[in-house]
Design a protein around this ligand. Structure first.
Ligand code: AMP
Length: 217
């Protein structure tokens, strides 16, 4: 039996973390935990913490650590993670990284890799402002590189596609500032632990699985 794989994906918004997370998930049969999706679902359902998160998310700010740590702690305690997990979008701040460290230590677990997905700001703004998302099933499209079959409509469920509030150029710029201030410092932390593997965010899509296999051994 394969040993469990525990991975964190770190990188600026729009760098392609989600794409890489899902490829790794398919290659190794490990579930992806995407904090952005969990929070968006809470916002859509207008739960108590969803209502709080909404104000932060629509401005490109980080949702408070206490809320996000609570959500992730709950998810990590579920029983479907015996093969490991891929954290997409968590941790994004030092208190979140500290929370993850203590959670893992308490449970006698260790991270195997932190994949740093790299992409320059110009490419990020271009990519995110062309992104269209399905508010119903979460499927993501790109107007140039991955357009839907029918303009403005989700291939999977037929819902009308939207530009996420936080994919507007002004909010994207703020998300990049926040990334640099709060998340980028985590690279040093994981570098010291010898966990970092770099993968370019603009790697050719059809060669990505092969590249990720190489990186993950
Ligand atoms: P994403 O889809 O990963 O770009 O996340 C969208 C938004 O959700 C972010 O801009 C934040 O407002 C919020 N978010 C997602 N993950 C986190 C996190 N780990 N900590 C705080 N806020 C988060």
């Amino acid at each position: 039996m394969r040993r469990p794989l525990r991975i964190v994906l770190l990188g600026p918004p729009g760098s392609g973390k989600g794409t890489q997370a899902h490829i790794i998930s398919e290659l190794y049969g490990v579930p992806v935990i995407t904090t952005g999706d969990i929070l968006r679902e809470a916002v859509a359902k207008a739960t108590e913490y969803g209502r709080i998160a909404d104000g932060y998310m629509s401005h490109g700010e980080l949702v408070p650590d206490k809320i996000v740590n609570g959500v992730v702690g709950e998810r990590l305690s579920k029983s479907d993670l015996e093969n490991g997990f891929i954290l997409d979008g968590f941790p994004r701040s030092t208190p979140q990284a500290e929370f993850l460290d203590s959670f893992l230590e308490e449970h006698g677990l260790k991270l195997d890799y932190v994949i740093h997905v790299t992409l320059d700001d110009e490419a990020i703004v271009k990519r995110l402002s062309n992104r269209r998302s399905c508010p119903n099933c979460g499927e993501v499209y790109h107007l140039v590189s991955k357009p839907p079959n029918k303009k403005g409509v989700c291939n999977k469920c037929g819902y009308e596609l939207v530009l996420r509030d936080d994919d507007r150029p002004d909010v994207i710029r703020n998300r990049l500032v926040v990334y640099r201030e709060k998340t980028q410092p985590l690279l040093d932390r994981y570098m010291e632990k010898g966990l970092i593997k770099e993968v370019p965010g603009d790697y050719q899509m059809d060669r990505l699985p092969e590249q990720l296999k190489k990186v993950l051994g």
